[in-house]
Write a protein that binds this ligand. Structure first.
Ligand code: PEP
Ligand code: MN
Length: 353
């Protein structure tokens, strides 16, 4: 439930609404907005007496959010949420943010080379898994803490923000110490206890759509993070399982406008896992930006043929550079631009020009 205050409501009136909600046994979330302040009532169990709140001075209206997810919905918050990955690198605004790097962190030389390559080509953030969810327990599982240290080293040198996956509670705490954004993978999208933990770690979260999840499932999972007090969530369309073996997954680009309509959270697309095939990545990345994605997540490896995971869908660095060049005019055609690469390594990002 959302209590919308009148334009010009006083601080004392807002405070009275907050105190009344708390007194009724619920949590109050005041949200100052450009036009007016709203106060969210969290934990509505269907027994809220809204007439008591409606009668308070300064209240314009009480809105019952119609969706099963509440804080994630546009009804709750009409303005886009902006998620800052590092100074000047903001997802959800005008900029299209490119997050690129290998599937897994494999060695110091591999991740540093990848970071330099993607930065030179125009990426604003570096991806790379230190904890890898693999279908087989005998496949490379990631370097763990050492992988996080190597990512931090790459950030130090290039200034790129770090996005990396956490698979469990212990890993999430570790990832939060090193990374700028905690990725929750497709397989864990409905790991609700993990979502609650990352909701309390105070770091931006990149939440990938499960391979058999509906958009509503995805938004409800995001609600778990917001319900813990962390509004810094980026959603990611990474393809769903389909009946067609022509590609690894079916990238559902309609999820982008659908999410933008239903939610204020940004949504990016991952054409690498979304297709699973290198030569399909570039066309689908272009399409994702054209569809309004707030960013793209792309796997790029200095030597894909030797990659320890997902080599077949990883771009060669020169292919990635070419892709970024193609994305620029596509973004411009819809009134957007690519987020600038960080200006000086390890320091602040470039001033938008
Ligand atoms: C990844 O980003 O490397 C990954 C494992 O992605 P997903 O969870 O979408 O499969
Ligand atoms: Mn991968």
């Amino acid at each position: 439930m959302l209590v919308v205050m009148q334009h010009g409501a006083t601080a004392a009136e807002i405070d009275l609404v907050v105190r009344t909600i708390v007194e009724m046994g619920y949590e109050a979330r005041p949200m100052p907005g450009a036009q007016r302040t709203a106060v969210g009532l969290v934990g509505n169990d269907g027994r809220v007496d809204d007439s008591r709140i409606e009668a308070l001075p300064g209240v314009a209206e009480v809105i019952h959010v119609s969706q099963p997810y509440k804080q994630v919905s546009r009804e709750w918050r009409p303005e886009n949420t902006l998620v800052e990955l590092s100074p000047g690198v903001v997802v959800g605004g005008r900029d299209v943010v490119i997050i690129a790097g290998p599937c897994s962190v494999e060695s110091e030389q591999q991740i540093l080379t990848a970071a330099r390559d993607v930065r030179a080509a125009g990426a604003a953030a570096l991806r790379g898994g230190a904890f890898k969810p693999r279908s087989s327990p005998y496949s490379f599982q990631g370097l763990g803490r050492r992988g996080l240290e190597l990512l931090a080293m790459a950030r130090e040198e290039t200034g790129l923000a770090i996005v990396t996956e956490a698979m469990d509670e212990e890993g999430a705490r570790l990832v939060a110490e090193y990374a700028d954004c905690i990725q929750i993978g497709a397989r864990n999208m409905q790991n609700y206890s993990l979502l609650k933990v990352v909701g309390r770690l105070g770091k931006p979260v990149l939440l990938k759509r499960g391979m058999a999840a509906t958009v509503t499932d995805l938004l409800l999972s995001a609600e778990y993070v917001l319900a813990e007090g962390n509004g810094q969530v980026i959603l990611c369309e990474r393809g769903v399982r389909s009946f067609d073996p022509a590609v690894r997954n079916m990238l559902d680009l309609t999820a982008i406008p659908v999410v933008h309509k239903l939610s204020h959270l940004p949504i990016i697309a991952d054409p690498s896992h979304g297709t699973g095939i290198r030569d399909k990545v570039t066309p689908m990345a272009r399409a994702a930006v054209a569809a309004g994605a707030d960013g793209i997540l792309v796997e790029v490896h200095p030597a894909p043929d030797r990659a320890l995971s997902d080599g077949a869908q990883s771009l060669y660095p020169d292919q990635f550079a070419e892709l970024v060049g193609e994305l620029r005019p596509i973004a411009a055609a819809i009134g957007r631009r690519l987020a600038p690469a960080p200006a000086s390594p390890g320091k602040t990002a470039a001033v938008p020009g």
